[in-house]
Design a protein around this ligand. Structure first.
Ligand code: G4P
Length: 530
């Protein structure tokens, strides 16, 4: 099993988290460029360009699912390491997909716009990483623009995210006068080659900051400031400590300008040296170590296939342990059925041999007809329930109606399928059999309406439902549950699996009902029921 151990040790599976516009797409492209997967870089860029357009453009991109499947996972090799970069769909709206993707990574790069600092989405995504102690590498981007003072930025990150910071590079100037960085890891001066889109060379090695070479290469004032600032930074910040970083309490910080290819090599170098290999995965039964020889995997994302005429979907599964080979038979734990994985979509498809297999930390895409769901486990037989895959209580609820009553019958199936995919929550009211759809971000309603129209050919509209929130209702005493059910018929619905859901009209309604029925539990997520 030495081979398994070696493959685990060289895998680095990570995601980039950022507030929209901070430079995630640009950085992704540049990381791929440095990692040698250049042909893909164009695709990422094209997608990013369109995504910045209006909502309708974004939906068009969503529909071009070929692109999103291909760029959902981007794999490249750099200095003997096999990197898997998982794309987190990025738009202003809260996206569950993004959060679930973060359950499948072992580290994350947090991109911060140097002029803006920590923004709302950065903070939310960071909190999700923190829940699982995911180590974070910070990249302060856009140093070629007028930026905030580096000390002020570091202070803000430290204060607002409660993280220890360890600068790995230090910027020399900013905006128009941005010259480059001093690499504190390797004592190197790295100057930005302006106007060039080629990667800058490896930089000038120095014998520390006192090296007279610096005085030759930089204007006087810049060297003086650099020396002063680094001294101050070293006094104020802690030294990089691998253990603290891997425990998620310390973040190494790099400064750069992704659009100018600047600082990307150092970031990649930092990831290569410090980012952790695949972590053990928690399950309800035990922790699964990546170098166990039996294969195990869990599904963290479902994507409808590119062809709207077929109901195929791709389930993205992270390999948690063992050496996966194409054609392998795995037990699908929820259904207890055997699944032969004939045609997995692999992302290490640079050569044929690699495409036939996957190792812990890798992602495989499994085409299926809807039998695989988010959170499902696949093993060689052992009962393992993977935990920690977040599900969110819908914060916005609306009633969905088919424009054409003749198509209403088919609407239910469409809504159920989207719910199974994890794109929304769907509840069928006991009275009236209406479909109530629950989401966490308002933009999701537009996306859903668009998908139901194009993929199922049912034009629909969403209407206000005057509902506040939904809670799954469980209790230990079936008689009590029945009493509750009988007396609250008008407030109840079933989800796509037939579980009972209480639809609250407002906060008081929820609180009052919960107080009236102290022996029942009103759960925010179904996962809490497991
Ligand atoms: P996102 O995926 O996080 O939303 O950000 P994206 O990479 O799309 O970048 C957002 C904008 O910021 C883009 O400009 C991009 O070119 C620019 N950008 C990224 N990195 C840097 C940097 O280091 N310095 C500067 N000055 N700009 C940067 P845009 O005008 O929206 O698009 P484009 O026409 O330039 O592509």
């Amino acid at each position: 099993m030495a081979k398994l151990h070696d493959e685990v040790e060289r895998r680095r599976t990570f995601a980039i988290i950022a507030h929209p516009d901070a430079g995630k797409t640009t950085l992704t492209e540049k990381l791929l460029l440095f990692g040698g997967a250049i042909q893909m870089a164009g695709a990422v860029k094209a997608r990013g360009d369109r995504r910045r357009g209006a909502h309708s453009d974004w939906m068009k991109v969503e529909r071009e699912r070929g692109i999103s499947v291909a760029s959902s996972v981007m794999s490249y090799e750099y200095r003997g390491r096999a990197f898997n970069l998982l794309d987190t769909p990025g738009h202003e709206d809260f996206s569950e997909d993004t959060y679930r993707t973060l359950t499948a990574v072992d580290s994350a790069v947090m991109v911060i716009d140097a002029a803006k600092g920590i923004e709302e989405q950065t903070r939310k995504l960071f909190e999700v990483c923190r829940l699982r102690d995911v180590p974070i590498v910070t990249f302060i981007n856009k140093m070629d623009r007028e930026a905030r003072d580096p000390f002020e930025l570091l202070d803000e990150i430290e204060q607002s995210l409660a993280l220890d910071l360890a600068p790995m590079s230090w910027p020399i100037g900013m905006g128009q006068s941005f010259k480059g960085c001093y690499d504190l890891m390797d004592d190197k001066l790295i100057l930005m080659a302006k106007g060039s889109h080629d990667a800058p060379d490896g930089g000038q090695t120095c014998e520390g900051l006192d090296d007279p070479k610096l005085d030759e290469l930089l204007p006087n004032s810049a060297v003086t400031t650099l020396r002063e600032e680094v001294e101050m930074a070293r006094g104020l910040c802690q030294e990089f400590d691998l253990e603290s970083f891997r425990a998620g309490t310390m973040t190494p910080v790099f400064f750069g300008s992704a659009v100018n290819n600047f600082g990307v090599r150092e970031l990649l170098e930092g990831l290569t040296r410090h980012a952790p290999p695949p972590r053990p995965q928690p399950t309800a039964e035990r922790e699964v170590a990546p170098d166990e020889d039996k294969v195990s995997a869990f599904v963290f994302k479902i994507q409808a296939n590119m062809d709207p005429k077929h109901r195929d979907r791709i389930a993205f599964a992270r390999i948690c342990s063992g050496h996966f080979k194409r054609g392998m038979k795995l037990k699908h734990l929820r259904s207890a059925k055997t699944l032969t994985v004939h045609n997995p979509v692999m992302f290490l498809a640079r050569d044929r041999e690699l495409a036939e297999e996957a190792w812990p930390g890798d992602i495989i895409g499994i085409p299926n007809h809807g039998n695989l769901r988010i959170g499902d486990g696949l093993t060689e037989g052992e009962e393992l329930h993977f935990t920690g895959i977040p599900s969110f209580a819908p914060e916005l609820l609306q009633r969905v109606r088919a424009e054409d009553p003749m198509r209403a019958k088919h609407l239910g199936r469409a809504v159920e399928q989207l719910a199974e995919e994890g794109a929304a929550k769907a509840f069928r009211t006991r009275i009236g059999s209406d479909w109530i759809v629950g989401v966490v971000g308002a933009l999701q309603f537009d996306v859903l309406a668009d998908r139901i129209r194009t993929e199922y050919e049912i034009p629909v509209r969403f209407e206000q439902a005057a509902l506040f929130t939904a809670r799954w209702v469980v209790g230990d005493d079936p008689a009590e549950l029945k009493r509750f059910s009988d007396s609250h018929n008008g407030d109840l619905a079933e989800d796509h699996d037939g579980m009972t859901v209480f639809l609250a009209r407002n906060g008081w309604h929820l609180q009052h009902t919960a107080e009236e029925w102290p022996n029942l539990r009103f759960l925010k997520t179904r996962e809490q029921m497991a």
